[in-house]
Design a protein around this ligand. Structure first.
Ligand SMILES: [Zn+2]
Length: 229
């Protein structure tokens, strides 16, 4: 049983887009799981074994309660009925209160397919009289994290203050040496420098050191103003 299930097309997307959110949830005593839909390979400097090792190390740093890989095809991920069935089964099995999906606008077809798949599987997971295993379950909300292959300015519904967790988030991202260090320019700003700059920008907008943007297709309801900064 999870409080939050974060779904990613590839291992490393979650670390980039929602690492701070995950660490914040863990610090509040929530149970957080990650489901990677594919193994993310091939890539120029990675291999399945390397990627698996990097993912295990990042999961340990994020202190995840649960992480699985659905084994769907990388680069040709599609929101098929079969994939929807598998993901809906995972949702029924892990029973998260909140789902996290990649933002719905992206140049990477795997990412937009993942978004579509999460939304469809969330709906299917609540159906009665279906051939899915387990009891019906409907996560209350879907939040979208930004790990986008387009130079766009995201328009978040809210920004979380991840100042306390930024260093740990960066450490988790750094585990993916094959993706973010190998073969990349070492001239400043490096890829990791620019991630820090972006987190600082989001933090600046809310008056903190580092922030992580999230959005929702539906309005967010509050019970009070006391948690706002
Ligand atoms: Zn990705």
């Amino acid at each position: 049983m999870l409080d939050a299930l974060v779904v990613a097309p590839h291992p490393d997307d979650v670390e980039l887009g929602a690492g701070g959110t995950i660490l914040m949830l863990q610090a509040a005593g929530r149970r957080v799981g990650v489901l990677d839909l594919t193994d993310g390979e091939p890539t120029p400097h990675g291999s399945i074994a390397t990627r698996r090792r990097e993912t295990a190390e990042a999961s340990r740093i994020l202190r995840l309660d649960w992480r699985e890989n659905l084994g769907l095809p990388n680069r040709s991920l599609q929101a098929t009925l079969e994939a929807r069935h598998e993901l809906a089964s995972v949702i029924r099995h892990t029973r998260p209160r909140w789902l996290f999906a990649p933002y719905w606008v992206d140049a990477h077809p795997d990412h937009t397919a993942a978004t579509e798949l999460v939304e469809a599987a969330r709906f299917w997971a609540k159906l009665t009289k279906s051939d899915l295993r387990g009891d019906p379950h409907h996560p209350e909300r879907v939040y979208y994290y930004f790990c986008v292959h387009l130079r766009v300015l995201p328009s978040p519904a809210f920004i979380l203050d991840i100042s306390e967790h930024w260093q740990t988030k960066l450490e988790a991202i750094r585990c993916y040496q094959s993706q973010f260090v190998a073969g990349r320019s070492t001239a400043a700003p490096t890829f990791l420098d620019s991630l820090r700059d972006q987190a600082a920008y989001w933090g600046h907008l809310i008056g903190t050191q580092f922030g992580e943007p999230l959005t929702s297709r539906e309005p967010i309801g509050l019970t009070g103003l006391e948690h706002l900064i």
